[in-house]
Design a binder for this molecule. Sequence first.
Ligand code: SF4
Ligand code: SF4
Length: 458
Amino acid sequence: MGERIPIKQVSTPSNKIQIREQKGYFQRIRTGMNSLLVLLFLLTPFVSYQGRQAILFNISEQQFIFFGTTLWPQDFTILAWIFIAAAFLLFFATVFWGRVWCGFLCPQTAWTFMFVWVETRLEGSRNQRITLDRAPWSLKKVYKRVGKHLLWGIIALLTGCSFIAYFIPARTLYPEILTFTGSFWVTTWVWFFALCTYLNAGWMREQMCLHCCPYSRFQSVMFDANTKTVTYDATRGESRGPRKRKQVTDLGDCVDCHLCVDVCPTGIDIRNGLQYECINCGACVDACNQTMEKFGYAPNLISYISENSLKNTPKPIFTSLKFIGYGIASLIMFTVIGLDIANRDNIQLNVIRDRQNLYRETLDSQIENSYTLKIRNKTQERRQYQIFIDNEHIYQLVGNTKVIILPGEQLDYPITVLAKQDRLNASRSPINFTIREMDDVGSKNNWVSQSSNFFSPL
Ligand code: SF4
Ligand code: SF4
């Protein structure tokens, strides 16, 4: 009979990852960036500009307000391009800094670390939490657990409110939610996002990165030999083994303290090589540097380093074709978007011909065509417009040609055009309408034109 291979338990009984809190250079950067991100997310809905919420996706009025600029559904291609350009900018950063987004900027990481921070404050260090997990239920355990889940719940509810405050003005949403007077759907969405946050940051944590996030799977495509990733220097570290401080050994620099594994939010051992689970948060870099300092060894046994640098053949990042390609693509996209936004019209015009009659003949032998001008005031102020027509020696507008349109409103304005038969030389002639914005003294500002056709019996 063969011998049994001994099985060693290496994780907590529930296989739950209990992260050890780590301090250090990269953790200070991560905490600072995460805090900034969370604060921006929570406070932005309270920023006003020109008397309105500065950033608001107003679904009921179908408009996106961004610091005084209003985007309408027909402008949403700009938003789509902004997202695509931002993606290219992220790819550009990834070529050089690897998974910098995942480790330092991703909301998943920010909220997970925030929930772990609360857990550590209430239930203690990693070892104390593992002991608490194993301990039978007692008043102390109930008290700690209730406190933790209550605080997680408050943070989750605040997150849900803050997310919906980008769609419903924050100044009305928060009082409604806190006094339970919000509408059914608004309240449902707030609680839905609160529940998602609670489950995600409190329970799922690294499972989202490992199993749900598509970005973690494909971003290695952007890596090349110049990309900095968190790497264990095996040549220097192996063979690993425990020892006393200042003890002279034949071993490598890794003292096998296991700290790099204990601090890892995804529970991996970076000494096994580059793994897709690694979010490049740098916690193991800080932990290992702390150990190296204690043992009097040089730092950076684990560090952010590129494959080329590890082989002592570093190359400038500007030699990377991916870096140059993504950089140029981002630059072009942001330039085009900037020009597009700068040249955006504040007026929208659609000319619709009367579908009932191609034309009518008047008693004095003139030809009459009817149109509906759909004019939208895309600004946030009440505006006055004047309707013009090209070739006024042929065509004549009938009726009032001045209209006033309220902010964000669309006016369907019926208008008739007259033409003398003897001035027309075809049964179908092009005709051009222009809408000009007029200020209080009547001078012309923005304008927009659209063509249509004028029909006659010729
Ligand atoms: S291996 Fe290191 S950098 Fe990667 S996720 Fe774990 S702690 Fe963070
Ligand atoms: S923290 Fe550093 S020394 Fe400790 S086990 Fe990890 S690599 Fe080895």
